[in-house]
Design a protein around this ligand. Structure first.
Ligand code: SF4
Length: 226
């Protein structure tokens, strides 16, 4: 299989009934600001080149962000924050990502998530998380020849990612390493960089700042040779 085939296959997935119902319901009810938009309303595939050296891992798409635009991290405040950072570091061709047809390209960087469908309250159940993890495990296996570093956004993403990495063949230690902003964990040939999530709440409260996120991404990009 190629990454393009995997991307096509994941968008057809209907394995989690609650998430299928939710992603399709919000596409009908919509948010007032997006009444004219046709929502994607399907699983959101990874975004970025198939020979990426750096992967950025969130948790799941948001109802009116990725679930609307069909592109990972696109169309919500977290994404707006993230793409500005990627552009400043030369990893994104534009500082904004508005939708599939905006011409944005990423350099050596692929955006992925352990859960591909928008969950209610942004919270997948443990069962949904486990049902989805084979998609990311397959994606990381395909990226493995070039992948050198990962930035993990938030502790939920971290908890979800470690079992996926173990499934994909990386040596995840037991007990599992703890999440902390700026923590770097070496898993054999892969460097994991922890970063607080760039959620509006974390930004508003000052828990995470632009400079803090740039620091983590810059060191992960260096580890990736980017
Ligand atoms: Fe399929 Fe994952 Fe979406 Fe569940 S969350 S329906 S496993 S793509």
């Amino acid at each position: 299989d190629t990454l393009a085939e995997l991307d096509a296959a994941v968008t057809e997935c209907r394995a989690c009934p609650r998430l299928v119902a939710w992603r399709e319901k919000v596409a009908v009810t919509k948010r007032a600001a997006y009444l004219d938009d046709e929502y994607w309303a399907k699983p959101v595939p990874g975004f970025g080149p198939a020979d990426a050296a750096l992967a950025v891992v969130g948790l799941a798409p948001s109802a009116h962000g990725g679930n609307r635009t069909g592109r990972m991290f696109t169309g919500d405040p977290s994404g707006d924050f993230l793409f500005r950072v990627l552009h400043e570091l030369g990893l994104a061709s534009q500082p904004t990502s508005t939708g599939k047809h905006d011409g944005l390209t990423l350099r050596g960087t692929r955006l992925v998530s352990p859960v591909r469908c928008a969950p209610p309250e942004n919270k997948p159940t443990p069962a949904e998380r486990d049902t989805c993890r084979h998609w990311l495990a397959d994606e990381l296996r395909l990226l493995r020849p070039t992948l050198k570093a990962v930035v993990v956004l938030g502790s939920f993403g971290w908890q979800a990612l470690l079992p996926v990495l173990a499934d994909a063949g990386w040596p995840v230690p037991s007990p599992r390493p703890a999440f902390g902003h700026g923590t770097v964990v070496e898993l054999g040939d892969l460097q994991l960089h922890c970063c607080y999530h760039v959620s509006p709440r974390n930004v508003r409260t000052g828990r995470v700042t632009h400079a803090m996120v740039c620091d983590v991404f810059a060191s992960a990009a260096r580890a990736g040779g980017l």
